[in-house]
Design a protein around this ligand. Structure first.
Ligand code: URA
Ligand code: SF4
Length: 187
């Protein structure tokens, strides 16, 4: 199956209750065989309306970080979320919603085959890296899981709430750039 075929299937998903409140399924976007994949939390209002991930204020900040290290969703990165439908009032996605939606994400991983996965924020880091992951303590650390390097960093929404974390977050994106160079990944 291609990524476009998977996206078309996912567009009709009713596996979890989040389907009820959505305008659009936000499947993901970016380079179809990217070496770098970013996983956020879930669509917010703008994302739900436009059907694309990280297109609001958080997304603008994320795109700035990416651009600073020569990455972009147009060129060399794929961006998706833990859940593909917007949780009501932007609440955290429930564990069972994440578990249902993870099947779609796994299919995306299988097709895209990224070398590095960046978990953007606590929700995806705790689901994909480890349940005890603490962003404030473990951000920017790379660990290998099933042959893929994983790193967790601050969610841009958390940085907008608390700009004190901006420098530390930027350090994580610089660490990603260094890791790409170290591994001689051609982006
Ligand atoms: N926050 C997320 O985690 N994902 C988005 O797509 C937008 C905001
Ligand atoms: Fe399906 Fe995921 Fe949307 Fe739930 S959040 S309905 S599992 S696509």
């Amino acid at each position: 199956m291609t990524l476009d075929e998977l996206k078309a299937k996912c567009a009709h998903c009713t596996k979890c209750p989040l389907c009820e409140g959505r305008t659009n399924v936000v499947f993901g976007m970016g380079k179809k065989d990217a070496d770098i994949m970013l996983i956020g939390e879930g669509p917010g209002e703008n994302e739900d309306l436009q059907g694309m991930p990280f297109v609001g204020r958080s997304g603008q900040l994320l795109d700035k970080f990416l651009a600073a290290v020569d990455l972009s969703r147009d060129k060399n990165v794929y961006i998706a979320n833990m859940v593909k439908c917007r949780p009501p009032k932007n609440r955290d996605p429930k564990p069972e919603e994440q578990d249902m939606c993870l099947e779609w994400l796994r299919e995306q991983f299988k097709i895209i085959r990224p070398k590095i996965i960046v978990c953007v924020g606590r929700i995806s880091a705790q689901k994909l890296i480890g349940p005890d992951f603490r962003v404030t303590k473990e951000h920017g650390n790379f660990i290998e899981k099933n042959g893929v390097l994983m790193m967790g960093t601050f969610h841009p929404a958390a940085i907008l709430r608390n700009p004190n974390n901006k420098e530390a977050a930027f350090g994580d994106w610089l660490a990603l750039r260094d890791k790409i160079q170290e591994l001689e990944i051609r982006i």
